[in-house]
Design a protein around this ligand. Structure first.
Ligand code: PMP
Length: 354
């Protein structure tokens, strides 16, 4: 027997690439094309190097409090982590501990099955309806917990709070996690339901709507009991997950609500324009309420289009999943970036005689 027989082997999640090409147009990882708020930029200048020698606040109190105030919650209802990936990974570890399979959609964020495998959690990937919507009826069987993004990724489709509530009502005995990474681009948050359902955990991030993907800040909101259990696991793994700059800059990002509303509104407006232009070019896509569009063209191979754009230094995301191989997920960038993308796509279609 070799030492390797005792290794925890995992097939890791593959993040979207971060190419560093001059003049590239990067529409592959759903980042925000606009910079963080001025307040964040100012706070950045005022960071004190001398403060780096101390450990940061293990409770992340200032950031937790700022988020709690912003959402009208108590501090005990908020948990923060190193991006929502960290928050979600801790939530999987904390709440999905039965022998029963957890449920999530078959087409969804491809990290869920990776965490399930990592933590040895059985799971069932539940097919979506033909129109890519989640059918709440499928979530009424016995299970060990439920997670889905709303809007879903990579489809971009938003589910109503009515649908979310149907799932919650049928599942009072397990934790239901709603991953709202993209909720600020036109959706209604399930936050409104956390007082009614003590088993509901709502997870959000600074990476998309707050232009802070590089800072790595995510958070969960829910009943104080859920938050306490998350903190128990966090403090059993790493007390100091949030570094000093992210605590300081995170607080600033939340403070400037006007800037947040302005940039999300700009992205929504660009998305709607891009949707109508893509439709005119013959693309088909679910009606995205996120900061990306998941599109296919009935006459063009998804992989070939992805490759053609890549050659022009336009990066979109293509998934090696046979169910969605004809699709590309296109992040909404600035208007100029989207114009360049659309021009390139148009040229490609003309070359193909479409
Ligand atoms: N959930 C979903 C659905 C996502 O698409 C992403 C982005 N990859 C995340 C969570 C994680 O984002 P972050 O860790 O940057 O908060």
């Amino acid at each position: 027997m070799s030492w390797e027989s005792n290794v925890r082997r995992v097939v890791p999640y593959v993040p979207g690439e971060q190419p560093n090409v001059e003049n590239m147009i990067k529409l592959n990882t759903n980042e925000n094309p606009y910079p963080p708020s001025k307040g964040v930029q100012e706070a950045m200048k005022n960071l004190q190097l001398s403060d780096f020698k101390l450990y940061p606040d293990s409770e992340a109190g200032s950031l937790v409090h700022t988020l709690a105030q912003y959402y009208g919650l108590k501090d005990e209802q908020v948990f923060v982590g190193v991006g929502s990936d960290d928050v979600l990974a801790i939530a999987f570890q904390t709440f999905f501990n039965s022998d029963k399979p957890i449920f999530f959609p078959q087409i969804t964020y491809s990290f869920y099955d990776v965490w399930a495998d990592l933590y040895k959690i059985p799971y069932e990937a539940i097919p979506l309806k033909a129109d890519f919507h989640i059918d709440p009826e499928d979530y009424k069987r016995e299970n060990g917990g439920i997670i889905f993004p709303n809007p879903n990724a990579p489809t971009g489709l938003l589910e109503s709070l009515d649908m979310v509530e149907k799932v919650l009502r049928a599942n009072p005995d397990v934790v239901v996690i709603v991953d709202e990474a993209y909720i600020d681009f036109g959706g209604k948050s399930a936050l409104a339901l956390i007082d009614t359902y003590e088993n509901l955990l709502v997870v959000q991030t600074f990476s998309k709507s707050r232009s802070m993907a590089g800072m790595r800040i995510g958070y969960a909101m829910g009943n104080p009991k859920l938050i306490k259990y998350l903190n128990d696991v966090k403090f059993s793994t790493n007390s100091y997950t949030m570094n000093y700059p992210s605590l300081l800059l995170g607080v600033e990002a939340v403070k400037d609500d006007a800037y947040f509303k302005e940039t999300t509104a700009k992205i929504i407006a660009t998305r709607e324009r891009v949707k109508s232009e893509l439709a005119e070019l013959g693309f088909e896509f679910p009606d995205s309420m996120s900061n990306f569009v998941f599109a296919r063209h009935p006459k063009v191979s998804g992989t070939e289009l992805y490759e053609a754009l890549r050659k022009k230094n336009i990066f979109v995301r293509h998934f090696n999943n046979p169910l969605i191989t004809e699709y590309n997920r296109i992040t909404i960038g600035t208007d100029d970036e989207m114009d360049a993308l659309l021009a390139c796509v148009k040229e490609y279609l003309e070359e193909k005689g479409v």
